[in-house]
Design a protein around this ligand. Structure first.
Ligand SMILES: C[S@@+](CC[C@H](N)C(=O)[O-])C[C@H]1O[C@@H](n2cnc3c(N)ncnc32)[C@H](O)[C@@H]1O
Length: 270
């Protein structure tokens, strides 16, 4: 089994359930991930080629710099991980710089800096699109040099694009396999704790994704979808070929002591 950790902290990352995903993903030439996030699935599968997209342009830009520059970019990012940068004063200064700069290489490096120095590794923006996660107060943030090197090596098989999931899915061709990991459908009205870009992921978008999955199997392109196990998700995935349900242990609130079991599912359309 391949065992590569993503270099970014990412809410909802699928590293811990990779064994289940690997068992269910069909064979194919190219894996398409319309919600790539930290790339846990890309890093732990073995397809010839990958199309990796996400609506978060900051995330995709970081991947593109790492893909083309490799160690040069890793060294450049490392300068923001000297102890000097681990103060709230400098964090907020860098965050402001990130929100204003037109230097895209620096912006990509600062995105990684904030991912490791910001609160809980969250990625959250205000209504104007400004990154607004507070300082994280970690003793010594880890610089993921090893994980970035593995990502760089594997990314030579990949193409990264900024795109909405619906556009990405409609570009798929026979021979492709699609893995979809949308923002979770909330377990309760107040529990929607992920915000990867300004504007949330709506119920209508969850339904559109299920419709696109049904269309996709009619074109002979299999799709595997992850989500919470709720009455709503079971209903929208009712035409799936197979639905695997399982509990997952994880943080459910900002308070680290309150962990819990949230039911999840994997719906296969094949
Ligand atoms: C649960 S995360 C994916 C996690 C990923 N599988 C991993 O292992 O790290 C969901 C991702 O969907 C992206 N996203 C949200 N809305 C989207 C949309 N409309 N189209 C494409 N991507 C979207 C977010 O930026 C986020 O990276």
């Amino acid at each position: 089994m391949i065992n590569n950790k993503p270099f970014l902290k990412w809410a909802g990352n699928k590293y811990r359930i990779m064994d289940r995903i690997q068992r269910l993903l069909p064979d194919g030439k190219r894996l398409i991930e319309p919600f790539v996030g930290s790339g846990a699935v890309f890093l732990n599968t073995d397809y010839d080629r990958y199309l990796l997209t996400d609506s978060n342009a900051d995330l995709i830009s970081l991947y593109q710099y790492l893909q083309t520059e490799g160690t040069d970019f890793i060294h450049y990012c490392k300068r923001f991980f000297n102890g000097k940068h681990n103060t709230s004063e400098l964090y907020y200064k860098r965050r402001e710089e990130f929100n204003k700069t037109s230097d895209l290489r620096k912006k990509a490096a600062l995105f990684l800096y904030m991912n490791r120095h910001g609160y809980n590794g969250l990625c959250r923006y205000n209504s104007k699109g400004g990154f607004n996660v507070p300082f994280g107060r970690y003793k010594q943030p880890y610089f993921p040099a090893k994980e970035m090197l593995s990502f760089h090596a594997k990314s030579q098989q990949a193409e990264f694009r900024v795109a909405g999931f619906d556009h990405t899915i409609t570009t798929a061709r026979p021979g492709d396999v699609i893995y979809c990991d949308p923002p979770y459908y909330p377990l309760s009205a107040s529990a929607n704790f992920t915000a990867y870009s300004s504007g949330g992921f709506t119920k209508e978008q969850q339904m559109l994704l299920a419709e696109l999955a049904e269309q996709s199997i009619r074109s002979g392109i299999p799709i595997l979808i992850s989500n919470h196990n709720t009455r709503f998700t079971l209903s929208v995935y009712r035409n799936a070929t197979d639905v695997e349900k399982f509990p997952v242990r994880r943080f459910i609130s900002c308070n680290g002591n309150k962990r819990g079991h949230a039911g999840e599912l994997l719906a296969l359309f094949a």
